[in-house]
Design a protein around this ligand. Structure first.
Ligand code: 2HA
Ligand code: ZN
Length: 269
């Protein structure tokens, strides 16, 4: 089967994915095969590329007409982030959705028919559809398992968006500056399910970063490094909270006046 050779821009994206996959493993966000991502790279491929039998074609009905002909780099299902970091080509796929929506073509990566996209692919396609429908300047959906944020989502009190956001904003002043729309909370749904995709899209309408109750965190961003940074800042804030609590102290948090000062200086509502 034919495969394309990556141009320098696609190679840069693959390098960034490998770096971020390594960071997630090192941070303890990516046990076993945890986490997944899709990066829309349509604009980095020639617009007039011929797709056909020269590439491996996989049948799979796709119900998002907005995604016909679009190309994504996606993690292979079952792949460990630590291995994506070491051997990106083996554990990633560059795919293009068929124009007739009957499946996708594999342009690069993986190990033949055995390599399928992430188990959360249905969710990812719905999310990319929402991004396209709203013409948002975003390419990346990233899902990972940061432990302190997940721990917070195990506590009923913090499943309320106003309460968890107040906590995360007051534990770390950068949270309000970098993620002014705060974290959205999506109620627990089975991993890999259509229902999880639906609650994610509903939450995406107001937030770039989403906590999946008792499971993990997800973010949409301009690129995978930005998605990682959003989650990293939130996770740092949750970690600071647990460090104070587990050393027997109740954290003070920044005050309302200090928050107002941030809102004024950075023109945040
Ligand atoms: O990709 O994290 O939610 C493995 C997962 C599924
Ligand atoms: Zn997960």
């Amino acid at each position: 089967m034919l495969e394309i050779s990556l141009n320098s821009k696609l190679q840069d994206v693959v390098n960034e994915i490998a770096d971020v996959s390594g960071y997630m493993w090192e941070r303890g966000w990516a046990e076993r095969n945890a986490g997944n991502f899709t990066v829309d790279v349509t604009t980095l491929l020639p617009a007039d590329m011929k797709l056909g039998n020269q590439f491996l074609s996989v049948a799979m009905p796709i119900s998002q007409p907005e995604l016909a002909g679009r190309s994504f780099i996606v993690k292979v299902t079952g792949a460990a982030m630590r291995n994506v970091a070491k051997q990106p080509k083996k554990h990633l796929l560059l795919i293009t959705i068929a124009h007739d929506l009957k499946g996708y073509h594999v342009l690069w990566g993986g190990e033949g028919t055995a390599s399928k996209p992430t188990s959360e692919f249905i969710s990812h396609l719905k999310i990319h559809q929402y991004i396209r429908q709203n013409d948002m300047p975003l390419t990346t959906f990233l899902h990972t398992h940061p432990p302190y944020l997940i721990a917070l989502s195990q506590i009923e009190k913090y499943l309320h968006e106003n309460i968890i956001n107040h906590l995360l904003i007051t534990m770390h002043p950068e949270v309000k500056i970098v993620i002014p729309d705060g974290v959205g909370v999506a109620p627990y749904r089975c991993p890999g399910s259509e229902e999880l995709a639906d609650v994610t899209v509903a939450t995406l309408k107001k937030h770039h970063v989403i906590l999946w109750e008792k499971h993990g965190c997800a973010a949409v961003a301009a690129d995978i490094a930005e998605a990682f940074d959003y989650i990293d800042i939130m996770e740092k804030s949750a970690k600071l909270f647990f460090i104070c609590k587990s050393s027997g102290y109740l954290p003070q948090g920044i005050s309302d006046e200090q928050l107002d000062e941030i809102r004024g200086k950075f023109q945040i509502k």
